[in-house]
Design a protein around this ligand. Structure first.
Ligand code: UN1
Length: 509
């Protein structure tokens, strides 16, 4: 069950080539970038990295295409996204293969990521007929006051390794129906799935007769990302990654008065109250904390349990953790795949050492698996650490499967602990008490962008707006009215009378 034998790098290379081939993509071999797989930790291909002048040309092409795309009727723009959705459906399995090969996700989560892409395409197609403005009551006779939403420009999308395809699709599907063109700089860790997504969008554009330049892909390192961020032809930078990255991106975009949408670190907590359905809570907690090997921005990192039930909850969690099948993400039954790099495993180790130094006790996990089979890979045992209080290491986001457990006495204290971290992405409460549930969701409850009841912190549907407050960056992507970030609003006053009336009863002349 625990995947003691891993697939070899050669077999993974073949599987990646087959998946790319099905998407109509041949890797652009060359220098400057390597495609790796965390399954073995080894190199799959040496790839050509987009140069600064190629990136400049790509931005210019997207800016050029914007001039015609912005006046293409929105439902016709939706047709491109509809076709993309069809191609994603047809290539679901191969795309999931690439997500597993490059990001190490287990099969069901990799398929879930592709499903999320299909879902946002469906959402965006519907949206292409619903980019509604408002008519507002004017204070003047014979006047109409209204607002219109217009395409914004080039959207620069910077995405992370952990949702290498879905985060692109949230941004791209919305941006395209909103009339923007897109330049995408994915994580260096995931060039293959990015190429496949980009290849399918090329094909969709060809099939529906949309300009090829409505989107461009930049496969390169940090410098090209910086170039994108600094380029004033790029109206919006939508960046997903660490708070450290956001701290650099935000001010640089602001300095040129560009718009940014930041989706940064999370340090998500669940509160477990004495009235909670523990069976349900435990399943929710294990998926949220150990799923995706702790590498979601919505991963559950802090468990705040009422002190009367803490021992029982912790004991049952430890039992569940001991049974977690860790190993080959392609193997049936595996629930925890590899961490993205050996450095990620080192950061996990460091955090556990710090937690112990700050008074914590590691109750389970923290060890390394499969080190002999794959010395360059990083299979980590998800860990649970009981902490005496919310110390510095608990307040920081470590992108690894560590669950810190804290206890509380009264519900106000639990909410205070939930909110006493710099990040504000996701949160949840497990309770059978309606008053507690509503308190958690109220204005003085959880301060996060996502607040849930009787469900974990991760695994949001695309229909809601996704994002968080404080150091999470404040941006909202995906559903609800997140589309507005990809458009500019124009307020229109139309005087259809034959008199000039000034607002606020001002007289002049
Ligand atoms: C991320 O980790 O960057 O809510 C996105 C979730 C997923 C998206 C996570 N739908 O866990």
């Amino acid at each position: 069950m625990t995947g003691t034998t891993l697939p070899g790098t050669d077999a993974l290379r073949e599987r990646a080539l087959a998946a790319l081939g099905a998407a109509g993509v041949t890797p652009q071999y060359g220098e400057g970038l390597t495609a790796r797989t965390p399954i073995t930790g080894e190199v799959l291909f040496d790839l050509h990295a987009t140069t600064a002048s190629e990136a400049d040309e790509a931005i210019a092409a997207a800016a050029g295409a914007f001039r015609t795309w912005r006046t293409t009727p929105a439902p016709a723009r939706g047709d491109l996204v509809r076709r993309l959705g069809e191609l994603l459906r047809a290539h679901r399995s191969e795309l999931a293969d690439l997500v597993t090969i490059e990001a190490g996700k287990i099969r069901s989560e990799a398929l879930g990521e592709i499903q999320e892409m299909i879902d946002i395409c469906d959402f965006a197609v519907g949206l292409s007929r619903q980019l509604y403005g408002r008519t507002i009551a004017s204070e003047r006779p014979g006047h109409r006051l209204a607002e219109s939403w217009h395409p914004l420009g080039v959207a620069g999308v910077i995405s992370a390794f952990n949702f290498p395809a879905a985060v692109w699709s949230w941004n791209t599907a919305l941006a395209l129906v909103c009339g923007d063109t897109v330049v995408w700089k994915p994580s260096e860790a995931t060039p293959l799935i990015s190429s496949a997504c980009s290849g399918l969008l090329d094909r969709a554009a060809q099939d529906v007769g949309a300009p090829r330049e409505v989107h461009r892909l930049l496969l390169a390192g940090r410098e090209v990302g910086e170039q994108l961020v600094g380029d004033s032809r790029v109206a919006l930078i939508s960046a997903t990654g660490s708070t450290r990255m956001g701290r650099e991106v935000g001010p640089r975009v602001a300095a040129r008065f560009g718009r940014s949408l930041l989706e940064l670190g999370g340090n998500n907590a669940s509160i477990v109250t004495p009235s909670a359905d523990l069976e349900l809570a435990l399943s929710g907690i294990v998926f949220a904390a150990a799923g995706t090997a702790g590498q979601r921005c919505t991963t559950l990192r802090r468990l705040i349990v009422h002190r009367d039930i803490a021992d029982e909850v912790v004991e049952r969690l430890v039992v569940a953790y001991r049974k977690l099948p860790i190993g080959d993400p392609f193997a049936e039954g595996t629930l925890v795949g590899p961490l993205i790099t050996a450095e990620a495993a080192e950061r996990m180790r460091d955090a556990l050492n710090r937690a112990e130094a700050e008074g914590g006790k590691v109750l389970v996990g923290g060890g390394r698996r499969l080190a002999e089979d794959a010395p360059s890979a990083a299979y980590a045992e998800p860990a649970i650490v009981r902490m005496p209080e919310q110390t510095a290491v608990v307040r920081a986001e470590t992108f690894a499967p560590i669950l810190y457990v804290l206890t509380y006495r009264d519900f106000d204290e639990a909410i205070a602990l939930n909110n006493a971290v710099p990040q504000g992405l996701s949160s949840s409460v497990f309770t059978g008490d309606q008053q507690e549930a509503e308190r958690f969701l109220a204005a003085d409850g959880s301060d996060c962008g996502i607040s849930n009841v009787n469900i974990g912190t991760s695994g949001a549907e695309i229909g809601g707006a996704f994002g968080g407050e404080k150091e999470t960056g404040g941006g909202r992507e995906s559903g609800s009215d997140a589309w507005r970030s990809y458009m500019r609003r124009a307020t229109n006053t139309v005087n259809y009378s034959s008199r000039l009336t000034l607002a606020q009863n001002v007289s002049f002349l």
